[in-house]
Design a protein around this ligand. Structure first.
Ligand SMILES: [Zn+2]
Length: 141
């Protein structure tokens, strides 16, 4: 493992120890979007979203700019503390109030895309069978 991958591995170990960050999962819709678009397109989206919503030095609605659903990158941003400059600063020690350098923006893109790939490799959560309501037949036959 090279230095950069070791840094990412360490970051994911830290994130997995956070109850808040580790509870995020790709929804079935996010998963489908990510699979249909493929890694290269998702990475391009991640780069564009980071440039627009995380990289600027001044973000008027910082802390509220990342929706909780609607795109796999949004979910990944919450899971990797790349959702706003406050979280990014707290987790990755990059001060808010100035534009991100290219390297810092790429750190966010790297975390986001790696998180999505990891999620796609994770087996889908099993759909729990619904207990039949009273009066409903428990069997299809
Ligand atoms: Zn945040």
């Amino acid at each position: 493992m090279n230095d950069e991958e070791a840094r990412f591995a360490d970051a994911f170990r830290r994130l997995s120890a956070s109850g808040f960050r580790s509870r995020f999962r790709l929804s079935q819709k996010d998963r489908l979007t990510a699979e249909l678009k493929g890694e290269a397109v998702i990475e391009a989206h991640a780069r564009a979203i980071v440039a627009d919503r995380l990289a600027p030095g001044e973000i008027p609605n910082d802390g509220r700019q990342t929706p909780f659903r609607g795109h796999p990158v949004f979910t990944a941003q919450h899971a990797t503390a790349c959702c706003c400059r406050q979280c990014f600063s707290k987790w990755w020690h990059v001060p808010a109030g100035r534009p991100l350098s290219k390297k810092e923006a790429e750190w966010a893109v790297g975390l986001i895309t790696r998180w999505i790939s990891r999620e796609l490799r994770r087996p889908e959560d099993p759909v729990r069978p619904r207990r039949p309501k009273r009066g409903e037949s428990g069997s299809l036959f």
